[in-house]
Design a protein. Structure first.
Lengths: 108, 108
DNA sequence: ATAATCCATAACTGGCGGGCTATGGATGAG
DNA sequence: CTCATCCATAGCCCGCCAGTTATGGATTAT
């Protein structure tokens, strides 16, 4: 896993609004842009931009359905984060390896 | 764990230079500011600022020794990150609980 | 056909943050 | 005592990025 990937992930998750959108998608599943905008506290274009950035980081997928776009969380994209934490900790690799395998097979 | 803590952690780790400093402290242990500056690719004041931010996030500790300041990584501060990832994933809590306990008892 | 809804993009703006140089206080060396 | 070294802070600058409004293409409703 390159350090670029870590950078992209960390920078993407550093913004509170964006992280909140991702959290919501993780908690409540599939959401339209309108639904996300209703709770985001920012304008619809801002939400669209955040979704674009999340998508570039692989954290979400979009699915077009008529004039709506549904977004869903891609939890597997969190794997590099777990990997990095494991490297920084330098211990208990075994436990983390289990988790990584799970995450990597979670492309739904 | 408050969402403020997550925000502080993510924002602190989002910068590549800062993350590299933390990684180095994790890998190679205790370092003086001069030693860190030598490899950081930025000026000494920049390194000092990064260390200050890392310290505010609880990720490093400083120890004064004469005119030198030694910094060391506080891996336990990564616990909220693990916690957040666990929440987003919503699975395998047991495995992560083990890790969290370990991290929280690692205040050296 | 017309109007309304959904979403993405463009264009602009402002603030935040990471970089720098300059400086000074504290400590160690000669 | 004087000078050099280590580090932190101050002050400044500039680029990036998250926010906004405006707009338009696509789809659905009337």
């Amino acid at each position: 896993m390159t350090s670029q990937a870590h950078d992209l992930l960390f920078r993407t998750l550093a913004d509170p609004t964006r992280r909140a959108i991702f959290e919501r998608l993780c908690r409540d599943g599939d959401q339209t842009v309108a639904a996300l905008t209703a709770k985001a506290g920012v304008s619809q274009p801002a939400v669209s931009k955040h979704l674009g950035i999340l998508k570039r980081a692989g954290l979400v997928r979009d699915r077009h359905e008529g004039r709506q776009t549904h977004y869903s969380a891609q939890r597997a994209a969190l794997a590099p984060l777990v990997d990095w934490t494991r490297q920084m900790s330098g211990f208990w690799q075994a436990r983390f390896d289990d988790l990584e395998d799970l995450l990597k097979r979670m492309d739904q």
